[in-house]
Structures are given as structure tokens and as C-alpha cells.
Write a protein that binds this ligand. Structure first.
Ligand code: UD1
Length: 457
């Protein structure tokens, strides 16, 4: 079947191995409510074998938003279609009028030919903060957009002021009314500008990068974020006809063009999933081949993992990690924007520190209030004390299985890791968070020796 035939139906999400995105009788995507599902982990196993790494959630979401910038079809491969967040953003895009199909072979087809109204309602946006990333593309292409503010989030207040600041510098008039961002570009489109972000923000860099591709003249984003996902987004935009340079540095220059065209693009590997299973290998004394991923995107995560005792090497398209006999040693880390230690691996690293000889200090500088996993780890026997934005972990603890839950994605992953080494059984509640960011987690871990099951309520 040709892509245009596949796209005739407004939206299809194929039923594959994914556990929670299913197709209703009407062909509508249904994200199965997985909030009450649980994962049970029996501790004491060693992870050994191969884990295929999915495409990066945090790249895929932005690439999907970028498809709004062109009236031509865009094909994304290596798309992690099994993630709840991909389903949620698909609903937002479909609500805007994008024809799309998500296939179980990890291909997504997107065609934003006709956008009836550049309006993203609260009902859809509130489910996922990253939906605010439709604002820049919509404003750039149509000259106006209304997007609901995403609302609160479990990891700090996470405002979007910097997203809006950049667009205002490009000439947009922006009002916040009744919980909506109402933005228009009154001078017949956005105008290139110099924008210096007061702090490094991934989302603000991406939203303004997309907006600037269709602005008149040149935009410079200074103190820009340098994450590999931003480089991936910029690379795809360039394939679509954008003129972007300086990707991966703190100054990104965008020469505006009149229009962008369709393309085919492969999503980069998920560095956070890669890092999570590296921690799993270190904690269990395991030996894993992480397939289709690269050390090049892991930044400052690699050194502390080596210092802790994990052997790490790139082998072709895979990463081989092992800690079969070496002891685990405590070490200090501080989260920072890329290439610093990623905040999204902080909870997992802290969980590993509970097993290490000696103490380790974890300092979180990217988000306020990102230690929600600490009380849960302490319930499993960990010795962690928090002072402001630092936590001291006293190691060499024998964790004990318990019933736990977490209120964010990476904290949930850290509890699964804790369950792998804990004595007895650990039940992780509120699996909804894991479904947002880890594709087929029970299958992937089960295949490398974990005793892990998902219980649906
Ligand atoms: C993205 C990632 C998230 C990761 C984070 C930092 C996605 C979908 N999410 O989130 O997994 O943890 O980068 O690597 O890619 N801030 C402001 N004003 C703004 C925007 C941000 O003050 O307008 C602050 C935030 O509150 C936070 C800091 O900037 O303290 C960094 O946030 P940001 O880099 O924007 O994170 P996200 O893009 O939301």
C-alpha cells in the first residue's frame, strides 16, 4: 500500500507489540488507561543478553511537531510508536487536522496538508507538557496559533516563559487568556531576531528553532541547549529545506526560508533508555549488549559509570556493558544541561549508589523538586538524606522489596531497577509513567533474565 493510501484514513495506530496504544473498532487510537497497572519484580537476577534500544522519545516528539511546518508528507522511522506520549501527541496533531498513521514497524507517516484551525485544546495538551512544542511551528506557518498552557508537572513548576520570550523577540504578539497562549505574528509572519536565553532550556530552544525556520531574515539563538535531540531536530529541518548552522553548539543560526518540504528521517537512539539499562547492568553485575545506540550521545554520563565500576565499550552500532566481578564504588555527580550529566538519569544513578561501597553525592541543578524517588527508595531500605538540591547516598545497602510508586517517568524506572536487586518482591504502582517513556519494558527486561510481570487491573 502506498503512503498516500495509508494516510486516507485520518488516523491509524497499528496494534503491534505495544501494550497500551490500541485501535478502537472505529479506527481511533485509544490509549488504554494504564494508571492502575502494576509491575512486579522479583529481585536477585542478573541482566544478561541483548536489549534493542528504541528511538528517542524526546526527539520523536519534536520531530512530530516539526511535521506541522510543511504541507508535504513526512515519514519518521525508528519512531517509538509504543509509547503513550507518542499516542498523546498524535491525538493533538490529529485534532489540528494532521493525517497520520503509526505502524508497528516503528514508522510514522504525517501529513499536515490542511490545518483547519491552529488550535490545540486543553483537554489534549494537559496530558503532556511537550504539546506546547506545536506553538512555534503553527505560529511560523500560519501567522497565528492558540495552544493551551500545559499546566502543572510533578517535577517543579516548569514554566514556558522562555518559549514565549523568543517568539515575542521574533515579532509575535502573545496574550495569555483563559489558560491559553494566543499568539499572532502581525507583520505578515515572524521576523528573524537575536535571542539570548537567560538559562539553558531544551524546549525553548526547540520551539524557537522551529519557529525561526520560516521567519523573514536571520535568527540567532544564544545560550541554546545542545542536546542530541536538538541536533536531530535541526538535521531533519535542514533536510526539509531549512538553513540552520551551529547545531550542537550554544549558538544556533537560522536563516529563514519561504517554505519547507517533506522528508524521511530516522529518529536517533534514546540515550536515556540506553543509560537506564547501563545502570541495570552495573547494579545486577550483568553483561548487556545495547543495540542500535551510541556512546556519542551519552555525554558526561559515561565517566561516572566507569568510575563506579562498569566496563563500557562501543562495538559497531551497539554498546557492550559489563560488571561481572568488579565491586561498585560510590561517586559524585551533578546534573547539568548537555553535555553534562543528564537530569533524566539522576534517579537511576542514585538507585545504583545505594549499592556502592562508600557514599555518593547527587546534586540536581536542572529541576527543582526532582527527588521524589528518595522516600520510596528509603522505604526499600536505602540511606539517603536530602539537603536542598543535593542528596547524600550512603551505600552498600541491601535493598528489600516493597510496594512503591513514583510520580514521574524516570523515578518510576529507578524503582524498577531497585526491584531487580532487592530481596524479595517489589511492586511498582502507577505504571502510567513508565508507559510514557519505556517501550515494552517488561518484554525487554524479561528477555535478559529479569523476573518481571505486568499486572492489569
Ligand atoms: C526536556 C525533556 C526532559 C528533560 C529536560 C532537561 C522533553 C520532552 N523533555 O524538558 O525529559 O528532563 O529537557 O534535560 O524533551 N524553564 C523555564 N522557562 C521556560 C522553560 C524552562 O524557567 O520557558 C526551566 C525549567 O523549569 C527547568 C529548566 O528551565 O528548570 C530546564 O527545562 P527545559 O530544558 O526547558 O526542559 P524541558 O524542555 O521541559
Amino acid at each position: 500500500m502506498s503512503h498516500s493510501q495509508e494516510l486516507k484514513n485520518p488516523l491509524k495506530i497499528a496494534q503491534g507489540t505495544e501494550q497500551h496504544v490500541v485501535v478502537s473498532a472505529q479506527g481511533e487510537p485509544v490509549i488504554r488507561p494504564s494508571g492502575l497497572d502494576k509491575i512486579k519484580v522479583q529481585g536477585g537476577t542478573v541482566l544478561k543478553g541483548n536489549i534493542p534500544i528504541s528511538g528517542a522519545k524526546n526527539s520523536a516528539l519534536k520531530l512530530m511537531c516539526a511535521t506541522l511546518l510543511t504541507s508535504e508528507p513526512v515519514e519518521l522511522t525508528n519512531l517509538p510508536v509504543g509509547l503513550a506520549d507518542i499516542g498523546t501527541l498524535s491525538k493533538v496533531l490529529n485534532g489540528l487536522g494532521v493525517q497520520l498513521a503509526l505502524r508497528s514497524d516503528h514508522v510514522g507517516l504525517f501529513h499536515a496538508r490542511d490545518i483547519a484551525k491552529p488550535f490545540a485544546p486543553y483537554d489534549l495538551v494537559r496530558k503532556m507538557r511537550a504539546s506546547i512544542l506545536v506553538l512555534g511551528p503553527l505560529l511560523a506557518r500560519f501567522g497565528y496559533a492558540e495552544v493551551s498552557l500545559p499546566g502543572g508537572c510533578a517535577i517543579g513548576t516548569r514554566p514556558v516563559d522562555l518559549h514565549l520570550m523568543g517568539m515575542e523577540a521574533m515579532g509575535a504578539e502573545i496574550k495569555i487568556e483563559e489558560g491559553y497562549v494566543k499568539a499572532k505574528a502581525p507583520k505578515g509572519g515572524l521576523i528573524g531576531a537575536d535571542i539570548t536565553f537567560p538559562i539553558v532550556s531544551v524546549g525553548a530552544t526547540e520551539n524557537n528553532l522551529m519557529a525561526a525556520t520560516l521567519a523573514k531574515g536571520t535568527t540567532r539563538l544564544m545560550n541554546a541547549a545542545r542536546e542530541p535531540e536538538i541536533v536531530d531536530l535541526g538535521n531533519m529541518l535542514n533536510k526539509m529545506g531549512a538553513k540552520i548552522s551551529g547545531l550542537g553548539t550554544d549558538t544556533i543560526t537560522i536563516e529563514g526560508v519561504k517554505s519547507l518540504h517533506g522528508t524521511r528521517h530516522a529518529v536517533i537512539a534514546d540515550r536515556i533508555e540506553t543509560g537506564t539499562w547501563m545502570v541495570g547492568a552495573a547494579m545486577t553485575g550483568g553483561n548487556l549488549i545495547l543495540e542500535n545506540t551510541s556512546l556519542d550521545i551519552l555525554g558526561a554520563f559515561i565517566d561516572p559509570m566507569r568510575r563506579a565500576g562498569l566496563d563500557i565499550e562501543q562495538s559497531g552500532n551497539d554498546i557492550h556493558v559489563a560488571r561481572e566481578t568488579k565491586p561498585l564504588i560510590g561517586t559524585d555527580i551533578m546534573t547539568e544541561p548537555y553535555p553534562g550529566f543528564p537530569t533524566d538519569l539522576q534517579a537511576q544513578f542514585m538507585t545504583m549508589l545505594t549499592l556502592c561501597a562508600g557514599a555518593g553525592m547527587v546534586t540536581e541543578t536542572v529541576f527543582e523538586n526532582r527527588f521524589m524517588h528518595v522516600p520510596e527508595l528509603c522505604r526499600m531500605g536505602a540511606h539517603i538524606s536530602v539537603q536542598g538540591n543535593s542528596a547524600i547516598v550512603r551505600g552498600a545497602t541491601k535493598l528489600r522489596g516493597a510496594e512503591v510508586m513514583a510520580t514521574d517517568l524516570r523515578a518510576s524506572a529507578s524503582l524498577v531497577l531497585a526491584g531487580l536487586v532487592a530481596e524479595g518482591e517489589t511492586t511498582v504502582n502507577r505504571i502510567y509513567h513508565l508507559d510514557r517513556g519505556y517501550e515494552n519494558i517488561t518484554e525487554k527486561l524479561g528477555n535478559v533474565g529479569a523476573k518481571i510481570t505486568r499486572l492489569s487491573e
